[in-house]
Structure formats: structure tokens, C-alpha cells
Write a protein that binds this ligand. Structure first.
Ligand code: C2E
Ligand code: MG
Ligand code: MG
Ligand code: MG
Length: 283
């Protein structure tokens, strides 16, 4: 689609927009150009085993290396991208890059499963499963090395189609995590039916755990529900050691947070303490 630039009168391409919410079109167009020019980066934040603290995997988190504005966090550009079709192309790139990186680490003897955030619109596409399987194949990464993180909103909108796609991914061995759990509107009664493997307790509960008994109780309840359903429990936003220790005692399986590791560029990851190694694959 084309639109006339308000001030200059220049006719330029504008992305297809979903809603009439306020979107910074200039930045969005720039983002698409940046994406195609190789300006996006992935940083990776480790998920640690709560008991041993060994790194169990990493979550890929997107950044935009902007030529003038520097390294931009996703909060600056993702909300607009998610209101347009730019998010689909961006997610294709994130998946491809994260799997390429996982394969590269593996070739260096570093065995690290990766988690990738999937926005609601991505799984609403019929091609989602096919694309993900093709990318795994291309990079020769086993499906069990990939976890997709989705929000409760993503599961609840288009519930049937999304559930069907998630079930297909899981049938191939890909893991499914519910991100930011506790902030959305999932009815607990729905949980047993959802095709998922993992619950990530939202940071807003974790950071209040020590000054709010109610939040601590909610965390305990989520752990109990997750155990009953056979799900892995991850706590995000673990900022200090007492929190890490108490979450481990409470039964959380995996810990993620600034108190353990901040998101890091890919070359730093193999140098971190607690990175598991795998035998080098023959050249
Ligand atoms: P998320 O998936 O819940 O990722 C965790 C976010 O919390 C990351 O922020 C991470 O840097 C931050 N975080 C981790 N530990 C701590 C902590 O101890 N304290 C605090 N205060 N923050 C912590 P980031 O990288 O800015 O990403 C924000 C959100 O943007 C993500 O939340 C996710 O929803 C979205 N996002 C990031 N990368 C992607 C992506 O590639 N695709 C999509 N669709 N969404 C992404
Ligand atoms: Mg996430
Ligand atoms: Mg999260
Ligand atoms: Mg979060």
C-alpha cells in the first residue's frame, strides 16, 4: 500500500496496519528497512537450573542496532511492529537467527536449547508450523532444542487454530511455554487442555515475593498447579540471590533474571560459568 507523506507529499510505502491505534509510521517503515539491512540483533539470557545453577538454555531477545539511536530495546519498536505485518517478517528473522546461532554454538561444543518469543499474529498464520519445521531442518537443529514462548493472550485469541498449531509443534518435539504467566486472562480450568510444557511466572510476582505474602502465595499456587499438570515452572525477573534461593526451595525448576545473568550478545554466552558442553561434532 502507498500513502502520501503528510509534510513532504512524497509517496512512500506504508505497512499494512491492523488497527487505528497510534503508530509511529516513520519508525515502523525504518524498522522494516533496518530488518532487511541486517540491523536487528539477538541477545540471549540464560535460564538456569534452580538447583545446580547450570545453564539449561537461553532466551533470544531482539534488539535494533539503529545507525543513529544506538541499540534499541524491544519496548521501543515491538509494540508498533505487532500492530502491523512487520512483526511476521521480524519473527521469521528471529527464528532463523536463533536457530542459526544454536547450530553455531553446538558446532563449538556448547549445547544450548533456545527459547523464542512468538507474537499472537504469528501463530494465526497457517504457515507458522511449516516455517518453523523448515527452519529447524535448514539449520539441522533437533526440534527438542527449540522452545516457543507465547502469551496467554495468544492462546486465547483464535484459541482453536493456535491450539492446533501448538499441538503440531509439540508432536514434533518443540516445547511450548506460556510467557508472563499470571498477567493475562487464562482461566485455570483451561490449563489442563492447553498443549503446553512450561509456565513462566511473570516478573511482577517474583519481584514482590519478599514484601507481599499474597504474591508469595500466588507463586506457590502456580508451582503446585504446574506440578499437578506435569509442567516445568520458570521464574523470570530473579534479581537477587535470596529470591533465587527461595524460588528454588519453593519448587521452581528454572530461574531467569538479572541476578543470575543479563541478556548478552551471542559471543559472550559460551564464556559464562555453568554453560553445558557437548562433544564437538566432526567437521
Ligand atoms: P519477555 O519475553 O518476558 O522477556 C523478558 C524480559 O525481561 C526481557 O526484556 C529481559 O531483559 C527482562 N528481564 C530479564 N530478567 C530481568 C530482571 O531480573 N529484571 C528486570 N527488570 N527485567 C528482566 P526485553 O529484552 O526488553 O524484552 C521485553 C519483551 O519484549 C519480552 O518480554 C518479550 O515480550 C518481547 N520480546 C523480546 N524479544 C522478542 C522477540 O524476538 N520477539 C517477540 N515477539 N517479542 C520479543
Ligand atoms: Mg519471553
Ligand atoms: Mg517472559
Ligand atoms: Mg515478561
Amino acid at each position: 500500500r502507498r500513502a502520501k507523506h503528510e509534510r513532504t507529499g512524497v509517496v512512500e510505502w506504508t505497512p499494512k496496519l491492523d488497527t487505528n491505534q497510534r503508530v509511529d509510521l516513520r519508525q515502523l517503515t525504518e524498522l522494516r528497512t533496518g530488518l532487511r539491512s541486517g540491523h536487528l540483533r539477538l541477545h540471549y539470557q540464560p535460564l538456569h537450573d534452580a538447583g545446580s545453577r547450570v545453564v539449561h538454555g537461553v532466551e533470544a531477545l531482539v534488539r535494533w542496532q539503529h545507525p543513529q539511536r544506538g541499540l534499541l530495546p524491544p519496548g521501543v519498536f515491538l509494540p508498533d511492529a505487532e500492530r502491523s505485518d512487520v512483526i511476521l517478517e521480524l519473527t521469521d528473522w528471529v527464528l532463523a537467527e536463533a536457530l542459526r546461532q544454536a547450530a553455531a554454538w553446538h558446532a563449538r561444543g556448547c549445547h544450548l536449547p533456545v527459547s523464542v518469543n512468538l507474537p499472537p499474529a504469528y501463530l494465526a498464520q497457517d504457515r507458522a508450523v511449516g516455517t518453523i519445521l523448515t527452519l529447524l531442518d535448514l539449520e539441522q537443529v533437533p526440534a527438542t532444542m527449540l522452545t516457543v514462548e507465547i502469551t496467554e493472550t495468544a492462546v486465547l485469541t483464535n484459541q482453536e487454530q493456535v491450539a492446533a498449531q501448538l499441538a503440531q509443534l509439540r508432536a514434533r518435539g518443540i516445547r511450548v511455554a506460556i510467557d508472563d504467566f499470571g498477567t493475562g486472562y487464562t482461566s485455570l480450568g483451561l490449563l489442563p487442555q492447553l498443549p503446553i510444557d512450561e509456565l513462566k511466572i511473570d516478573r511482577s510476582f517474583v519481584i514482590r515475593m519478599h514484601d507481599s505474602p499474597a504474591h508469595a502465595t500466588i507463586i506457590d499456587s502456580v508451582i503446585a498447579i504446574a506440578k499437578a499438570l506435569g509442567l516445568t515452572v520458570v521464574a523470570e525477573g530473579v534479581e537477587d540471590e535470596p529470591t533465587a534461593r527461595d524460588l528454588a526451595t519453593a519448587g521452581v525448576d528454572l530461574l531467569q533474571g538479572f541476578g543470575l545473568n543479563r541478556p548478552q550478545p551471542p559471543d559472550v554466552i559460551p564464556t559464562l560459568p555453568g554453560i553445558p558442553t557437548a562433544p564437538l561434532t566432526p567437521a
